[in-house]
Design a protein around this ligand. Structure first.
Ligand code: ZN
Length: 379
């Protein structure tokens, strides 16, 4: 049945570190306290202040290697200098008094580093909320926060203060833009968000979706890092067992070794069946038997950036609407959704191995020592 593997796929970039080519961005003293001054409440009477505190508590619970907290006080305003003052703030701001861009903001964040060379740490973060949204293509509109959107924006901006850039995994809190444009506000951190903070803060052991230690085909050590997971909800949660009729994505994120960044290279993905057969994915998303030798590239030619993501199977996003009954299979299916049934994967278990190679050392493979495991099962 694995020979039937053939899925639509879209390459995409995942979370990007806020500061490229800086690998570890620990928090100073491993702690972060925001001084909060967000007076007011929503039209429904939900006060903003406790929502910000809730968002800090939630992040703190998910990343136990850091101590995040917030305290409410009347903040300084622009005239006192709102940034680069070693004070972490969360406040309303309708104008950017510090210079720079507040593009597309319903909220925005500034994150500052201290230290020299490789010894950099995050030593200040400021979160600003406003209700002006500037569209990428020009024009601005006023939006009105409610309990849901304020909390979601707070989670996202806190992610920036922890060193995360934007990612494309649809359900990740650090996904860019669609929070607003789709009208769906993310309320949970995804495994990708948590892994991203773990990796860029030098705490890889806390990445919930790590694919083991990164290893190389010549035994040399590497600073690469591989993560990945299957998800039936656009990346919100990781699953090893999928129902055959569930729409799914399988994602991988690869942190490229510094020696290989910003040079041409290739991502590779190999599926292994229970009987030990291998199928390699090509750039068209097709899977062909592989018995050794040169691995095809799983993407068109690319420059390997700091972090790379690939949707191994599926597409970035999950169908909306109601499933319709499919008499051919006897199940209700989402129209055009990629499901195990449509790929002939009922009852199949697969391991997906992720690797990359670089033109710097073309014969060297760098890969995760553990695969992404997925079973399309009725159990
Ligand atoms: Zn953002």
């Amino acid at each position: 049945a694995a020979a039937a593997l053939a899925g639509a796929s879209l390459p995409a970039f995942s979370y990007k570190p806020l500061y490229e080519n800086i690998d570890n961005l620990p928090l100073e003293d491993n702690r972060f306290v925001w001084n909060v001054w967000v007076p007011g409440e929503s039209d429904d009477g939900d006060a903003w202040d406790p929502l910000f505190h809730d968002s800090v508590r939630y992040w703190n619970a998910e990343i136990p290697w850091f101590d995040l907290s917030a305290t409410t006080r009347n903040n300084e305003d622009c005239t006192n200098g709102s940034s680069r003052n070693q004070v972490n703030t969360a406040t309303w701001r309708e104008t950017n008094c510090g210079g720079g861009s507040m593009l597309h903001a319903a909220g925005w964040a500034q994150t500052f580093l201290s230290g020299f060379g490789d010894a950099r740490v995050i030593d200040e973060g400021d979160v600003y909320f406003n209700e002006t949204f500037e569209h990428a293509e020009g024009g601005a509109e006023q939006m009105v926060f409610d309990e849901t959107s304020f909390y979601s924006v707070a989670l996202h901006e806190i992610g920036h203060n922890l060193g995360l850039g934007h990612g494309y995994i649809d359900a990740a809190i650090m996904a860019y833009g669609p929070t607003h444009s789709s009208g769906r506000w993310r309320m949970r951190l995804s495994p990708d968000d948590i892994c991203g903070v773990a990796v860029i803060s030098g705490n890889r052991e806390y990445c919930p979706v790590a694919l083991g230690e990164a290893v190389t085909s010549n035994g040399a050590t590497t600073q690469a890092h591989f993560s990945g997971y299957a998800s039936a909800d656009a990346g919100a949660t990781a699953r090893e067992a999928l129902r055959p009729w569930q729409e799914f994505n399988i994602y991988t994120t690869v942190l490229i070794d510094p020696a290989h960044r910003y040079r041409p290279g290739k991502l590779h993905v190999v599926a292994e069946t229970e009987s030990g057969e291998y199928f390699a994915r090509n750039a068209d998303g097709e899977w062909h038997p592989w018995t050794g030798g040169e691995l095809p590239a799983a993407t068109p030619p690319v420059n390997l950036e700091h972090a790379m993501e690939l949707v191994i199977l599926g597409r970035n996003g999950i169908s909306r609407g109601q499933p319709t009954y499919d008499p051919g299979h006897g199940y209700s299916l989402y129209r055009e959704a990629l499901t195990g049934i449509r790929l002939g994967l009922e009852g199949v278990r697969l391991k997906f191995w992720v690797a990359y190679s670089s033109e710097v050392e073309p014969d060297l493979l760098i890969y995760g020592s553990e695969p992404i495991r997925v079973a399309w099962t009725f159990e």
